[in-house]
Design a protein around this ligand. Structure first.
Ligand code: ZN
Ligand code: ZN
Length: 172
């Protein structure tokens, strides 16, 4: 742990003294590696967090804003590279002594945006990314990348395995 206070950590004592007051924040920086099975936000990329901190009473503040980051991963159909940008809308509460796990703690009257940003990205990273919406995937017969090669094998539209893949793809 560094002895320096993270720049993601915002002092809110003054806001807590005056319920209803606000502070705008616009921060950027990297947050280390954030990954799910098939996609990740890489350690050195710039993550942006912007929004408004507002005190609701003497112990609670809310943050409303957005978390933005580029991601990359592996296309679930062709296994080639996939990438995109995540924009996650967030609305979270912070309290001095939260009794619910849904509320983030305020430590020493500072609101730390780092765990909020990390959680938001982690939840929204695509679990089944595609390199493009109409990726043709790999030929189930010979493994050729059907985006670039016409291997001549017919696509069996009735193969139930492809129905399952299509359903998964449509959920993205
Ligand atoms: Zn693909
Ligand atoms: Zn083939």
């Amino acid at each position: 742990m560094s002895s320096l206070v993270s720049h993601w950590s915002i002092p809110v004592a003054e806001l807590l003294r005056h319920p209803g007051t606000r502070r705008e924040v616009d921060l950027s920086g990297d947050l280390g590696d954030i990954r799910v099975t098939a996609s990740r936000v890489r350690p050195a990329v710039e993550i942006q967090v912007g929004g408004t901190i507002k005190s609701l009473d003497n112990v609670t503040v809310e943050f409303r804003g957005t978390v933005r980051a580029p991601w990359d991963g592996e296309c679930r159909r062709c296994l080639g590279p996939a990438e995109g940008d995540l924009t996650v809308d967030v609305h979270e509460l912070f309290e001095r002594a939260p009794e619910s796990e849904d509320i983030y703690p305020l430590l020493a009257d500072r609101l730390d945006l780092e765990p909020l940003a990390r959680d938001a990205l982690y939840l929204e990273l695509p679990q089944a990314p595609l390199c493009k919406a109409d990726c043709q995937g790999l030929c189930p017969e010979c493994g050729a990348d059907r985006n670039t090669v016409d291997c001549g094998h017919a696509v069996d539209e009735l193969d139930p395995r492809w129905d399952a893949l299509r359903e998964l793809g449509e959920k993205n």
